[in-house]
Design a protein around this ligand. Structure first.
Ligand code: IMP
Length: 425
């Protein structure tokens, strides 16, 4: 398998977990490069359902090496409980999971600041974050006052936490939130440090050695292109580079190591949190898609906003990430929809837009221009071969690829490993 970056081409929740799981069979190493426990990658294997937040999805294959790269922000307490849960289900992490000593720590005070900011924000000031402390942790990284996984190993956190908390508690009090207790936080971290220490290493060296040895590497993106801090619908975004560019800075692997980029897209669009969403459906069809697609957040349980497929977004994602092919998920969710729509452009203030504008108010004013399709109105989730899909379903897929200028590599018609058709991938 060529070294592959797998990214979300919409607003996250495209079904990346399932596609990573399919592709990781051919990989030697699976590496996460950004985000933190705001992500929730769901994988169904037979009757078992796994939701992974920090651990790469390759952990579900016994022979894969899994790496949490330097670009992540890690809640150590959440990571310990994720690894423990996997152990309880018979999945071993020792010797197969490595955590970068340079990854930053998302701590209780980051979560408290995130939650309290969100709680106080009104109107368009609210981002709708997952309250996992993602933004405040990346802010501290940039401010050069962050703590890193390596500080857990060296015990430096014992000295740094009381220092940081002095300032953070002032901030929390000013926001009307309760201050945190330094001794309590240090005690919690001591427990997590003891548990995690064997997994923490210089993953940059480990990854580059694997690359030079010709191992196959799968970069597992989290969130999606429209949530990228630079390219997304700012400020309604997450705080990391979720696009393919982040794969290098978040792992320490050079650009030449990337040989292929796969964009995961849902056959329709969803988003959680606030912010403009031109093809959103606030009607019975939107509700139908939400129920059929089980569109409720894997991390927060929030109902996802649902809408038609937005080819403007997909083309923009293809351009930024250099997407070689799509992995298209959840075709089956549209099985019973009578008429389907694909948004091919936007219109606002008498002008036509073929790409996503930077101005968030302009994007909010954009009305989609649609192309309509007759639905196939038959069940696809039991179909075992791509050729057996209804003609109208294949026509929808073909048109979607033609409009976006990217071929389909994988098409998936259900959550299980075996409801996946591999076309060119
Ligand atoms: P944060 O990443 O928790 O700061 O949240 C910022 C925005 O990104 C919010 O709209 C979240 O709902 C969204 N978000 C963060 N992680 C995910 C994800 O894994 N899937 C979908 N949306 C996400």
């Amino acid at each position: 398998m060529p070294n592959t970056v797998l990214i979300g081409a919409q607003w996250g929740d495209e079904g990346k977990g399932k596609i990573v799981d399919v592709l990781s069979r051919e990989a030697d190493v699976v590496v996460r490069y950004q985000g933190g426990s705001n992500a929730g990658h769901t994988i169904e294997i037979g009757p078992e359902r796994y939701v992974l937040h920090l651990v790469p999805s390759g952990i579900l294959h016994a022979d894969k090496i899994n790496v949490i790269g330097n670009g992540l922000v890690i809640d150590p307490i959440a990571l310990v409980s994720e690894i423990r849960d996997l152990l309880k289900r018979g999945i071993q992490a020792a010797g197969r999971l490595w955590i970068s000593d340079r990854a930053h720590l998302a701590l209780a005070y980051h979560q408290a600041v995130d939650a309290s900011r969100e709680g106080r924000a009104e109107g368009d000031q609210k981002i709708g974050t997952t309250k996992r402390g993602i933004g405040p942790t990346y802010s501290d990284k940039m401010m050069r006052i962050g703590l890193r996984m390596g500080d857990l190993v060296s015990d430096d956190y014992r000295r740094l936490i009381p220092q940081r908390l002095e300032e953070k508690n002032r901030q929390l009090c000013a926001m009307g939130a309760a201050p945190l207790d330094s001794a309590e936080l240090v005690a919690q971290l001591a427990e997590a440090a003891a548990f995690l220490a064997p997994y923490i290493t210089d993953t940059i060296v480990l990854l580059n050695q694997a690359y030079r040895a010709g191992k196959n590497i799968l970069f597992e993106g989290a969130q999606g292109t429209m949530l990228d801090i630079d390219f997304g619908t700012y400020p309604y975004v997450t705080s990391s580079n979720s696009t393919s560019g982040g794969a290098c800075t978040g792992t320490g692997l050079p650009p030449q190591s990337i040989q292929r980029v796969v964009g995961v897209i849902k056959a329709y669009t969803t988003r959680v949190g606030e912010g403009p969403f031109p093809t959103e459906l606030n009607d019975a069809t939107g509700e139908f898609i939400r129920q059929q697609g089980r569109e409720f957040g894997a991390t927060t349980g929030r109902p996802r906003r649902c809408g038609w497929f937005d080819a403007v977004v997909a083309r923009y994602a293809a351009m930024i990430n250099g997407i070689d092919c799509w992995a298209m998920t959840k075709i089956d969710v549209l099985d019973q929809v009578k008429t389907l729509r694909i948004c091919t452009a936007y219109e606002a203030h008498g002008r036509r837009y073929e790409t996503v504008p930077a101005d968030i108010r302009l994007l909010a004013a954009c009305k989609p221009v649609y192309e309509d399709f007759e639905g196939w109105q038959s069940k696809t989730s039991d179909i075992n071969r791509y050729e057996d899909l209804p003609v109208r379903a294949r026509a929808y897929i073909d048109r979607l690829c033609a409009i976006t200028g990217v071929p389909a590599g994988i098409v998936s018609v259900g959550p299980r490993r075996d409801s996946t058709f591999r076309l060119t991938l």
